[in-house]
Design a protein around this ligand. Sequence first.
Ligand code: ATP
Ligand code: MG
Length: 252
Amino acid sequence: MENEVLKISNFSAGFGQCAILRNINFSVFQNRVTAIMGPSGCGKTTMIRCINRMHELSPAAYYSGEILLHGQNIFSMDPIIVRRRIGMVFQRPNPFPTMSIYDNVISGFILNGMKLKKEQKDQIVVNSLKKVGLWEEVKDGIYRRGTFLSGGQQQRLCIARALAMDPDVILLDEPTSSLDPKSTLMIEQLLEELKQTTTIVIVTHNTAQAARIADYVAFLYLGELIEFGPAKKIFTAPENKKTEEYLTGKFS
Ligand SMILES: Nc1ncnc2c1ncn2[C@@H]1O[C@H](COP(=O)(O)OP(=O)(O)OP(=O)(O)O)[C@@H](O)[C@H]1O
Ligand SMILES: [Mg+2]
């Protein structure tokens, strides 16, 4: 029996007259990797921006329906708390350019005005960097700027920054699309490890990547959820023709 972390119900969203997501229903299960797939412009980024309450910050943005986090509607929670419990990693690695590696990892605490003792900070920084396999690579220079790192290292730093807040869920929006194959593989292996202790939602265009790491797949097409289910089922016996066509590369 799966443990439901997020439940998205009758959820719609868009901008002004423009409907982007229509009546979306799916769940995200604990310690699982859920991949959101679908062609460009189908609403993947909008979906995860809704889940951590960033969508509503855009001008003319609207939404309706429910997103429950462990049974609690995120839209009745403080958005700061939602973002603490639901971390986000973006497509392009975006460490804060003026901050050191150390400060980047604990920036969630700094920006939220949460005071920590030096020992607590040190511990969070070391643990988070270890979790993403970056500690050995950077331990002699953690006061250097994060932007000195390679692209793959920067993306792992961004994942460490999300993990530092000890979130219930991490959302990643095409986290490897700007990385080389070696860094991509490293991030995929990292996500496999991280799902032991957290829950992962990844937007990916890459069917092979989803086949390697996803436990569940949500397939979006033109703002609608066409199919959702266990990855094995979706990849071997999709119910919808569109899903099959997309996964076999008939369109992208
Ligand atoms: N601020 C905005 N105002 C109006 N429309 C927007 C805005 N942001 C995005 N859109 C539109 O919403 C639709 C869905 O965009 P979204 O970024 O969610 O797609 P996506 O599936 O993530 O695509 P991609 O794979 O290219 O990243 C697109 O048609 C886009 O043009
Ligand atoms: Mg996108």
